[in-house]
Design a protein around this ligand. Structure first.
Ligand SMILES: [Zn+2]
Length: 191
């Protein structure tokens, strides 16, 4: 079993067995099988007998208008930074490490007074790509965009939606977010 050279593979795709090749850059081995660690193109190094996956630039795979899912990494007074993990509508989950920014004016259709009331670090957010260059700008305006999974500030457990708020049963705690209508309805693969 061998994947053709130059073929585009996704993280977790089987490349071959340990008997044929050694796991090279961009790959890993599990139970004698070599898998791709990244989104990229397959290469074989005949000298070293290594299977390699050359990562393709994830920037080129995300475009304006794409709907993306990501994790809130950081917040400032007028913006939040999100690492884009997945692009919606691709046949496979494309994991990237691309960061995008959500400006306070693009977080909600309603006026946002403070980023604190909208996102919390670690929240999973569904957003739309507004701009790629010179920086990635995202929007969570509209009913379907915003937090799709939020974690309790106190205990970090996933929270339940109660009306317009998030609720943690173990802490009996309510928190505000800019919620997506799809909150709790999206299946998330564990990392
Ligand atoms: Zn809690």
């Amino acid at each position: 079993m061998q994947v053709a050279e130059g073929k585009l593979v996704y993280p977790g795709d089987k490349l071959g067995t340990h008997e044929e090749w050694m796991p090279g850059e961009g790959t890993y081995e599990e139970d004698g099988v070599i898998y791709s660690k990244v989104l990229g193109k397959v290469k074989y190094d005949e000298d070293k007998l290594e299977a390699i996956v050359e990562a393709v630039n994830p920037v080129s795979s995300v475009g304006i208008g794409d709907v993306v899912y990501g994790t809130i990494r950081d917040k400032r007074s007028s913006m939040a930074t999100m690492t884009i993990n997945v692009i919606e509508g691709r046949s496979r989950s494309v994991r990237t490490d691309l960061d995008g920014t959500i400006h306070i004016s693009k977080m909600s259709d309603d006026y946002v007074d403070s980023v604190e009331a909208v996102f919390l670090k670690g929240d999973i957010v569904r957003a739309k790509v507004l701009q790629m260059d010179p920086s990635v700008q995202l929007s969570t305006m509209g009913k379907n965009f915003g937090v799709v999974r939020g974690y309790c500030f106190n205990c970090r457990r996933p929270m339940e939606r109660k009306g317009n708020l998030l609720y943690c049963e173990s802490c009996d705690r309510r928190e505000t977010r800019k919620l997506s209508k799809l909150y709790g309805k999206i299946k998330m693969k564990s990392k």
